[in-house]
Structure formats: structure tokens, C-alpha cells
Design a protein around this ligand. Structure first.
Ligand code: 3HC
Length: 698
């Protein structure tokens, strides 16, 4: 491996240049490299000043997160920062790109800082459930004052180079000649200026403490990293630098060991791993008709809720959209829907009127399917009716230009049938957006067996252009997300049958961190949707099938839209109270099935559903539907509101250990054999005492 740090000497100035792509993270090798270069520069009598800089797109964007949780290696980042600060020769940092976390801490330990005018600077550790752990909590208040330091650490939001200069975080700005500017400055600089000795922002102790008290009062007592940040900043005022830094070290270690940080770090990597499709290493996108991008024009069939949402996502990305609807009425409704979205944007100040109009100029609405003969990708967003979709793919197969990708936004249908109907199977795949499509980040790309990898890469490129997170799924009905959803709902229904109430299940999941429970969601999206799907399928022969939802639909209770579902809603209200008639139906069904209701604790309900998701996730990975366990987690977090700070069910399984999970499922299986079909991969993991995480990098 190439050495990640180089030392260059010129005109009495030593430049320590970091080169560890992609983001110059401060890995052990980088820290050792900086230390070695620092020693060399300090012991070289011809050197009067030292510049720390980075090659590539950015100054270090932080500590190397992938090393967290592994045994600590020397030198630690705090030690390195202290050594930089203690240098008897002036140290100048040349900053560019995204100077974040540990990267900014290195910069703050240097004696002077100059930034490229487009630099972003931030302390985003909080987004990983952490705090700056290399002296940042002690140096930031000394450089920029208590308020700004707390803002940066508690929000994790970066600031611009201009702002950084205004608040005194950097001493000067430069353009593309940054390195030369800093080298010239270094050649003239003789004085060291250790940040630890800066006291100007600590002089008004009373004011400082008042700000600390105000921030502390705003925090939830359980928010570990947030509270520790405030404690550490308080220590910056009250204690000598070294004592404050020791407090910070201990706080960092506590946060690193917290489940919240483990969950957030897992999510960070899961979100970046999911878009890595094997096809990307094999080929590029399809050739386009015209234009510089992998996708230059999009066709959409169907302007309902999904079709309109997808159209908005494309328009927002600046892509021309041709949307085909049936009849003038269909066109008007789609235009109203999309227009209303931009109108709301203008009214709420999210966009300007000009931006709203500009987006709409890229939209063509038509009733003519033949208008879809030139686009790079066509997305079908018709209702979930296989025959309807088949017919459409038959037509699109004849109309779409040679090389166009044909994507279905289906949730449940068999993509192989659509491939066949189109007569051009290599062009067909699924692009499963989540509603509302313009807001939800997740898109499942359903990859059928004989699709052309170039088509997959084009679909992938489109999702990235829309700012979405693509997750690869085999093109099986339900993909990853809806199979997880269905498994969870089936398990939740069993809990109702055995004695729980919908409100109890909803509360149990909400207290776990979900924004809503499964029955609240069904009420919100409409019970009639699932009912229509169930009626189109053969009847479930399981004697423990809960028919409550079917009975409710027969009674005309479709949820919020009818004012009655699992909950009853007062006019215009989105929060309901448990529907007593529904509870009556539930009790009746239990009686008819000879079941005596049991009592469940919230924890039991939650554990039951978690075990279900782990088992289903293991099945999806084992069958190759999901590429890796962390993709299941990414789908649960971004598709279904699984709390991001918990990481996802597969991380949870690793923390409990797959062995324990299997034991617990085996106990439940004895009570309800038809519910639990244990995934072979879970058994394998348990037998090998392995972890799902081992499969993430495979
Ligand atoms: N450590 C290890 N890997 C990192 C990393 C880090 N700090 N930051 C980014 N990466 C990796 C990503 O995993 C990704 O790897 P991949 O190519 O193998 O998937 C690659 O770098 C590129 O990252 P992005 O896809 O996110 O690239 P972008 O250009 O979209 O964004 C970024 C760049 C703004 C730097 C973004 O990656 C980011 O926000 N990174 C995290 C920054 C951060 O949290 N820093 C603080 C770390 S904790 C710390 O420093 C503790 C200290 O106080 C002791």
C-alpha cells in the first residue's frame, strides 16, 4: 500500500501531505505517518515551520469510523493533536473540502488555519452518537466561544469557510492556490500560538456558565452524547486544559460504547454499502439517445399518487418528464396533484415561484402512449393489477426506443411476467419507490434474473440523480421491504389473536422508536388496499389466520378516510382512540377460534416482532433476495421508520447474538408452529456462532 503521508521540504517549510482516499480519514496509518513526519520536521534544523495539508478532494473528514470498536492503536488522535499543538515550530493547517470531526480537531490543534474559500467545516460526531474526542470540546470554545462551539457540536451541521473566518475558526481564506499561499505564510511565520492558551472566549465566566445552563435545560436527560458535550464544554471553562481533555476522553469512550452510537455508525455504513451493486463493477449505463447524463429524459405511465410523486422527484432533479395518463380527466388530476405540490412549496417558502414554474416547464402531460418513444427510462406506475400491467408492458415493448429501460413500480407483482409481456426481457426491471416518492429516500431496484446489467446500472444512476438510496433486491414479489412488512404484520396479527390489542402493539413499537405502529399505519394508508390484495389471492388456509381486517373492511371501516378503523377518528383528526367495535370483533374471533386472551407486556410484543424481522431478514439474505444483512436494515430504517439510531433488526440480532435469537424463536415456535418457519441462514449463523455483520462485506 502506498504510504498515506508524505513529507516535503521546501525553503525551510515542511509540508505534511496526507493522502488516504477517499476522504483522508485519520486511520492508524495516517496518524503514524503524521507523527513520523512531525518528528522529522521538528528535528530538522533547516525547517522553521510546518504545514499540514491533504491531497485529493478534502482535508481529513474525520477519524476513521471503521476503526472504532477495534483495539486502540498508537498514536491516538488526541495524543497526536497535543503533539501538534506542542510543536516549538509554528504549524499551519491548509484546509479544503469537508474538514470534519477529527480533521477539524487536527486543524484546531495547529497554530494557524487557512481555508480554501469553498471549504465546509464541522463537528458532526453527534450524528454518530459521539462527541469530538481529540480535544475538540476544549479547543472549539477557546477559538469560537461557547455558543458557536455548542452549535457546531450539538447540531453537527458544517459551516462555510466565510462563516469560519467571521467567527475566528480560520485565520484566512485562499483560492485554488491554497497550498502555495499557506507555504508562503509559513515561511514568514516564527511564532507558535497554541490554542490551549487562548483565553479570550473564557474571560466572561458568568456569561459562559449562563449559556451552558441554558443549553443543558433544553436537552433530554437521556441524550447521552448531547449532555456529555455540554459537560465537556463546561469543563473547558472550569478546568485546566489537560483535565478538561481527560473528561472529554472519558465521555468519548462512554459514547462510543453506547448502543445509540453503535446503531448510528451501523446506519452510516449500511446506507453507503447498499448502493454498491455488483453490476456497477461489471458494466456502465446504457447508451443514451442524446444528452450528457446516464438518464436525460424519463417517461412515466400513470399519474396517481405514486406516478405523480415519481414525476416530482424527477422534475426536482431537473429531468424532463413525459407523463401519460388515461383520458383528459386523468391528465387534469395528475396536473392538479403535481401543481398543488409546487404551489404548497411556494406558499411555505420552500421554493420560489420561479423555481416552481421552472420545474413544471419540464413536465409534459399527455394521453398518448406513443409519446414514450424517445426516453431513456420509462416507469410504469399503474394500480397493482397484473393484467393491467402486463398489457402496458406489451404496449411499451413496442413503443419504447431501442435501449430504453422499462421499469415497473410494482410492490407485489411478478416482474418476470412483465418481462415476458414486453418481449424484451433484458430491458425490464422494477423500481420500487416508497410513498411519498418525492420525499422517501429509499428505492428498491428489483433485479430479475435475465435482465441486462447495463439496464440495472441505468436504473441505479437514475436513483442517484434523484438523490435516493438504491437498494438491490431480487425481483421476487414484495422485494425486501414488503416481505418484511408482511411478515411483521402477520406476526402482529397473531399477537392480537392471542390477547394483545392493536393499540398495545402500536404503543410497544412507538416506545421502541418507530414514529407509528403498524395498525396506525394501516388506518392511515387505508385498510381497503390490503383487502383488495387479499381478495385477489387464494384464501389463507391457516386456522390461525386473523380475519379481523377483512371483517372491518366488510363493515366499511377503512381507517382514517372513513373515520373508523383500528381507531375511531373525530372529524378532521389524525389521532384516534381505539375502536370499541373493532375490539368487539376481535373478541368474537378469539371466541370462535377457542382462544383465551393472554396478557402481553410491551417488551414481549416488541421482542416478538423483532424476532420475526430477524428471521425474515435472514431468510431474505439466505435466499439471495437481499445482497447483505445491512441492506435489510437500510430498508427497515428508510422504508418503515425503524429507528435509525438502533441500526436495524439485523444489527439487533448480532448484538443479542444469532445463537440466542434462534433459541428464543425455537421456544416461540413450540407455541405457534405455523408462524415460525426458521430461516436456514439463522440456524447456520447460530451453529457457527457467527454474526450477520460478517456477511456485510462479503
Ligand atoms: N471514516 C471512514 N470512512 C469514511 C469516513 C470516515 N470518517 N467518512 C467517509 N468515509 C467513507 C465512506 O464510508 C465511503 O466509503 P465507500 O466509498 O467505501 O462507500 C467514502 O468514504 C465516501 O463517503 P461518502 O459516500 O459519504 O462521500 P460523500 O462525498 O458523499 O461525503 C463526507 C463525504 C461529507 C466526508 C461524508 O462521507 C461524511 O459525512 N463522512 C463522515 C464525517 C464524520 O462523521 N466525521 C467525524 C468522524 S468521528 C470523529 O472524527 C471522532 C473524532 O472526534 C475523534
Amino acid at each position: 500500500m502506498k504510504h498515506p503521508v508524505r513529507l516535503e521540504r521546501q525553503n525551510g517549510v515542511a509540508v505534511i501531505a496526507i493522502e488516504n482516499p477517499p476522504v483522508n480519514a485519520l486511520s492508524t496509518a495516517v496518524r503514524r505517518g503524521i507523527l513520523g513526519a512531525l518528528h522529522a520536521a521538528l528535528s530538522d534544523d533547516t525547517i522553521t515551520a510546518i504545514v499540514i495539508a491533504a491531497n485529493g478532494k478534502t482535508f481529513p473528514a474525520g477519524a476513521d469510523i471503521s476503526e472504532f470498536g477495534q483495539p486502540a492503536q498508537e498514536p491516538s488522535l488526541p495524543e497526536l493533536c497535543d503533539l501538534i499543538e506542542a510543536s516549538h515550530k509554528p504549524v499551519l493547517a491548509a484546509l479544503h473540502g469537508t474538514v470534519l470531526g477529527g480533521g477539524l480537531e487536527v486543524a484546531m490543534a495547529a497554530h494557524y488555519r487557512v481555508a480554501h474559500d469553498q471549504t465546509q467545516l464541522g463537528l458532526p460526531e453527534i450524528l454518530l452518537g459521539l462527541l469530538p474526542g481529540a480535544g475538540g470540546t476544549q479547543r472549539a470554545p477557546r477559538l469560537v466561544g461557547v455558543d458557536m462551539a455548542l452549535d457546531m457540536m450539538l447540531t453537527g451541521k458544517p459551516i462555510t469557510a466565510d462563516q469560519a473566518q467571521r467567527i475566528g475558526l480560520v485565520d484566512g481564506l485562499a483560492g485554488d492556490d491554497l497550498r502555495d499561499v499557506v507555504k508562503a505564510l509559513a515561511a514568514e511565520t516564527r511564532e507558535v500560538r497554541p490554542t490551549r492558551d487562548q483565553r479570550q472566549h473564557l474571560l466572561d465566566g458568568k456569561q459562559f456558565m449562563a449559556r451552558i445552563a441554558a443549553r443543558r435545560a433544553q436537552l433530554r436527560p437521556k441524550a447521552l452524547a448531547e449532555n456529555k458535550i455540554v459537560d465537556c464544554v463546561e469543563a473547558a471553562l472550569l478546568l485546566p486544559f489537560d483535565a478538561g481533555r481527560d473528561i472529554e476522553r472519558e465521555a468519548f469512550t462512554d459514547c462510543l460504547a453506547s448502543p445509540v452510537s453503535a446503531g448510528l455508525r451501523h446506519s452510516f455504513f449500511a446506507e453507503r454499502r447498499a448502493p454498491k451493486f455488483p453490476e456497477l463493477t461489471q458494466t456502465g449505463p446504457r447508451p443514451v439517445n442524446s444528452g450528457p447524463l446516464p438518464v436525460n429524459a424519463v417517461g412515466i405511465v400513470g399519474g396517481g399518487l405514486m406516478g405523480s410523486g415519481i414525476a416530482i422527484a424527477c422534475l426536482d432533479a431537473g429531468l424532463p418528464v413525459t407523463l401519460v395518463e388515461q383520458g383528459e380527466d386523468g391528465v387534469t388530476k395528475a396536473l392538479d396533484r403535481i401543481g398543488a405540490h409546487y404551489q404548497r412549496g411556494v406558499e411555505t417558502g420552500r421554493i420560489t415561484e420561479a423555481q416552481g414554474s421552472a420545474a413544471l416547464t419540464h413536465l409534459t402531460l399527455t394521453t398518448t402512449l406513443d409519446a414514450l418513444n424517445a426516453q431513456d427510462i420509462i416507469i410504469e406506475a399503474l394500480p397493482e393489477d397484473l393484467e393491467l400491467k402486463q398489457e402496458m408492458f406489451r404496449k411499451l415493448g413496442g413503443i419504447a426506443r431501442y435501449g430504453a429501460v422499462l421499469a415497473s413500480n410494482t410492490s407485489y407483482q411478478d416482474v418476470a411476467v412483465l418481462q415476458q409481456a414486453s418481449g424484451r426481457p433484458g430491458d425490464v426491471l422494477a423500481l420500487h419507490f416508497f410513498a411519498p416518492a418525492h420525499r422517501m429516500k429509499l428505492v428498491e431496484i428489483g433485479v430479475p434474473r435475465n435482465v441486462d446489467p447495463q439496464a440495472v446500472v441505468t436504473a441505479h444512476a437514475l436513483t442517484k440523480m434523484l438523490g435516493k438510496m438504491p437498494v438491490r433486491s431480487a425481483a421476487v414479489p414484495g422485494f425486501i421491504g414488503n416481505q418484511m412488512l408482511v411478515a411483521g404484520r402477520r406476526a402482529a396479527d397473531r399477537l392480537l389473536l392471542d390477547g394483545a390489542t392493536p393499540a398495545q402493539v402500536d404503543n410497544a413499537l412507538r416506545s421502541f422508536g418507530f414514529p407509528m405502529g403498524p395498525y396506525q399505519i394501516q388506518d392511515m394508508s387505508g385498510l381497503d388496499i390490503g383487502w383488495a390484495r387479499r381478495r385477489a389471492q387464494p384464501e389463507d388456509p391457516d386456522p390461525r389466520y386473523l380475519s379481523l381486517a377483512d371483517r372491518m373492511c366488510e363493515a366499511g371501516w377503512f381507517g382514517q378516510k372513513t373515520g373508523k378503523g383500528y381507531y375511531v377518528y373525530a372529524e378532521g383528526e389524525r389521532h384516534g382512540v381505539p375502536n370499541p367495535d373493532m375490539l368487539h370483533l376481535l373478541a368474537e374471533e378469539r371466541r370462535a377460534k377457542g382462544i383465551t386472551a393472554r396478557k402481553f407486556t410491551d417488551r414481549q410484543l416488541r421482542d416478538h416482532l423483532l424476532l420475526t424481522w430477524v428471521n425474515e431478514g435472514a431468510r431474505l439474505v439466505g435466499t439471495g433476495t437481499a445482497t447483505r444483512p445491512s441492506d435489510v436494515d437500510a430498508v427497515m430504517v428508510h422504508g418503515f421508520g425503524y429507528p435509525r439510531w438502533r441500526g436495524g433488526p439485523m444489527l439487533d440480532a448480532d448484538q443479542t447474538t444469532p445463537f440466542q435469537i434462534l433459541r428464543r424463536i425455537e421456544i416461540l415456535q413450540k407455541e405457534d408452529p405455523s408462524l415460525w418457519d426458521i430461516a436456514p441462514l439463522l440456524r447456520e449463523m447460530a451453529a457457527e456462532r457467527g454474526k450477520f455483520a460478517d456477511l456485510n462485506e462479503a
